[in-house]
Design a protein around this ligand. Sequence first.
Ligand code: ADP
Ligand code: ADP
Length: 213
Amino acid sequence: MRMILIGPPGAGKGTQAESLVGSFKIPHISSGDMLRGAVKAGTELGLLADRYMKAGDLVPDEVVIGMIIERIGAADCARGFMLDGFPRTRPQAEALDAALKAARVSLDAVVLIEVPDGLILERITGRRSDPETGAIYHLKFKPPPPELEGRLVQRKDDTAEACVARLDKYHRETAPIVPFYEGAGVLVRVDGVGSPDEVFVRISAALGAAPAR
Ligand code: ADP
Ligand code: ADP
């Protein structure tokens, strides 16, 4: 299964990917997680990406394209992968398409998780994650177990200001890739409003797979 999750920031891509990779047994490749890892490790790529990410801007295409194309060429992706957060621009979608064609493979599905703008700010500002396990929580919608509360962290770009910038980037740069995948006949639209479990059931049904829980 080769699939992509797209949707605005805070749509629930990471949350759904956590559940879906368990069903499909494929690696979850999050461009945001990879970039945050590079920032933390202080690599050249991380140093470059950091200032874009803090401001809610997109990291330049050539940097992200190289990083992801290399990653999906790794042995653990031979049977499939779940991309989360990539592609985010039309040139990224075209570069991915070319790389898949060169490898003589194709995408099975591109899942678009649709959430209205009005719900995004609350999802983003309440997001917390566990640096040890990578698990994603929400102070109101997915409260963490009390014993973990002390170690949870908030992303640097999960401020109201950066959220507004990211949402604007989504509409201007990422939304135009939707018709690209619609034209290719692989787009699946899923309503992202409702509990994470409800959305998981909708995605699984749309993909024709029985939910694993
Ligand atoms: P969210 O989960 O809120 O959608 P991500 O974790 O996917 O955010 O991405 C965080 C930030 O990392 C983005 O705002 C952007 O700066 C950078 N980033 C992630 N993926 C890409 C990409 N495909 N192209 C350019 N920048 C990216
Ligand atoms: P994305 O990867 O698209 O940016 P996340 O999966 O990180 O989104 O979710 C953003 C925030 O919203 C997290 O705090 C998460 O716990 C919460 N969340 C995810 N799905 C839902 C949902 N269906 N309803 C309410 N909150 C959700």
